[in-house]
Design a protein around this ligand. Structure first.
Ligand SMILES: [Fe+2]
Ligand SMILES: [Fe+2]
Length: 133
């Protein structure tokens, strides 16, 4: 792998570990048990993605809470429905971003599918949820 590719993967790894924390924190804010459980499941998958990137980069990263803090604020302001909608779009753009490096790293195929799946789940949650859930 080139140094440039390694930097891309490290950045992606950081995004995944931060996203894992973000989904856990978001789940803590949600009172609907089923929705919270789905968010935790997504969070666990982001954690797995982080591990996959770790195997590629061999770089131990600290979990950052910037996204977790931001989502807490976003959730309080725009509510559940729009927060899930926003995250669905984020997941879709992650899937597209990962598609660009897919040819070089076969691991990206599954990760990309997972992100697309996350996007779909969040779209559904957005339809179901009200301002608060
Ligand atoms: Fe992910
Ligand atoms: Fe995701």
């Amino acid at each position: 792998m080139t140094e440039e590719q390694r930097q891309i993967l490290i950045k992606a790894q950081q995004g995944e570990v931060n996203a894992a924390l973000m989904y856990q924190r978001l789940a803590d804010l949600v009172r609907d048990r089923k929705i919270a459980e789905q968010l935790r499941l997504i969070g666990r998958e982001e954690g797995k993605h982080g591990s996959i990137f770790y195997r590629l980069t061999n770089e131990k990263l600290q979990v950052g809470d910037r996204e977790a803090k931001a989502i807490t604020m976003i959730y309080r302001i725009i509510g559940a429905k729009l927060t899930f909608k926003f995250l669905a779009a984020q997941e879709m753009s992650a899937a597209k971003r990962y598609a660009e490096v897919m040819d070089d790293f076969h691991e990206m195929v599954q990760i990309r599918l997972d992100e697309e799946n996350h996007s779909g789940i969040l779209e559904e949650l957005s339809k179901k949820a009200g301002y608060r859930c």
